[in-house]
Design a protein around this ligand. Structure first.
Ligand SMILES: Cc1cc2nc3c(=O)[nH]c(=O)nc-3n(C[C@H](O)[C@H](O)[C@H](O)COP(=O)(O)O)c2cc1C
Length: 398
């Protein structure tokens, strides 16, 4: 019988070798509708696919016979030390995946010495994350039509010691995640098959739903209309509250309310990066929101060289969307990013096993990145550069 390779199909966290394995544990640990909420992209999921495909077009060109003993991933981000060029990206509704939600993610980030970004639409109060997790905390800002919500978030985050604000600029009009929508017969009402599937996940049912109740949008709860604070009701109402009127002119308004570091999350063009720099922002996050917003959008990695050439060194350049491997991170750093933000990969860890699962996900990135540094003859992340990469077309050209 021919030898057949078998992909990972277990539930055992310690046997998971990489983020894809961890994703498999996550998929089995939570009901399908919760996994789909994390996993899905907008419309045809062309952006989602592109985010992964782009890494295959970049190949390493390693120099050889270089001593790399004593390698280090340590770096500096926004003027403070960071043990690796990584940060956890903001994701809403984390309490849907595990009862410890944001606290588990933030604690794992703190333990690994990297920043955690809390979403405006988190299921944990920003004050509770600051009190219970510590570490370097960044706050993500969604601006809704009622500007008092954003002002409230900014003042509270400043009072709680959050060091940076990541203003998300690519969600003023909300993307249509069709696979996610298919789990509901009407907004807020799960289909029967989704409800039955929930019963097939008794651990999730007990820990998430019965012990804590349906997760709520704690940070902005007091501003929401009746029925909109719960994850089920709010998921459809909140996107309609986002302000399509927000423009570059509003950066001055944000600056009036936010005294610390400010980054724009949602920049993809050189012109916009230049504008952010001109307005005195401290950094940009190149992102397409993990393929959840505009479909048929470029992958941020495609735009990175041009943007880094324009604003790199003057402001912090972060990037996310599609990062699942240490090699992906090394490619972005080589092309000029200061650090990479991790979205779904750490959520897989959270869904699989709470804080230990998130720690494991971060460890996968750091172990892989350290190895690729060594294989590329680098001792530190600052040794990475475009000279280590080749854009590769199909074999034989064409
Ligand atoms: C489940 C989920 C929820 C998200 N929620 C937010 C959010 O509240 N605010 C935000 O700015 N971005 C949000 N994002 C986008 C992430 O911050 C990040 O840009 C994206 O996940 C990166 O792509 P990746 O998941 O492929 O790593 C979310 C992404 C996911 C997967």
């Amino acid at each position: 019988m021919p030898w057949k390779r078998r992909p990972f199909s277990g539930r055992d966290l310690s046997a998971a070798l990489n983020i894809a394995d961890l994703r498999e544990v996550a998929r089995r640990s939570v009901p399908g509708f919760a996994f789909e909420y994390v996993e899905g992209g907008a419309e045809d999921e062309a952006t989602l696919g592109r985010n992964r495909e782009v890494f295959a077009t970049l190949r390493f060109l390693p120099p050889t016979l270089i001593d790399t003993e004593g390698r280090s991933l340590a770096t500096e981000l926004l003027g403070a030390p960071c043990s690796a060029p990584l940060a956890i990206a903001p994701t809403g509704l984390n309490g849907m995946l595990h009862p410890d939600g944001d606290i588990a993610l933030a604690r794992a980030a703190a333990a690994a010495g990297i920043p955690y970004t809390l979403s405006t639409v988190s299921t944990t109060l920003l004050e509770d994350v600051a009190r219970q997790a510590g570490g370097r905390l960044w706050m993500q800002l969604y601006v809704m039509r009622n500007r008092a919500i954003a002002e409230n978030i900014m003042h509270r985050a400043a009072a709680s010691g959050y060091e940076a604000l990541l203003f998300t600029s690519d969600a003023n009009v909300f993307g249509s995640r069709e696979w996610d929508k298919r789990n509901y017969r009407s907004p807020g009402h799960p289909r029967l098959r989704a409800a039955i599937d929930t019963l097939r996940h008794p651990r999730w049912l007990t820990q998430v739903l019965l012990r804590r109740g349906i997760p709520r949008f704690r940070n902005i709860e007091t501003f929401l209309p009746p029925g909109a604070a719960s994850a089920v009701g709010g998921s459809t109402i909140i996107p309609q509250m986002f302000a399509p009127t927000i423009t570059w002119d509003d950066i001055a308004w944000i600056r009036d309310h936010w005294p610390r570091k400010l980054l724009i999350k949602g920049v993809l063009s050189v012109a916009d990066a230049r504008r952010a720099a001109q307005l005195g922002c401290d950094g940009v996050v190149l992102t397409n929101h993990g393929g959840r917003q505009l479909d048929y959008c470029v992958a941020p990695v495609e735009m990175l060289p041009e943007i880094a050439a324009e604003v790199g060194g003057r402001m912090t350049v972060l990037i996310d969307s599609g990062f699942r491997r240490g090699t992906d991170v090394a490619k972005a750093l080589a092309l000029g990013a200061d650090a990479v933000m991790i979205g779904r990969a750490t959520l897989y860890g959270l869904a699989a096993a709470g804080e230990p699962g998130v720690r494991r996900a971060i460890e996968m990135f750091t172990v892989e990145l350290d190895r690729v540094l060594g294989q590329l003859g680098c001792r530190s992340v600052s040794d990475l550069g475009p000279h280590l990469l080749r854009a590769s077309g199909p074999p034989g050209g064409g």
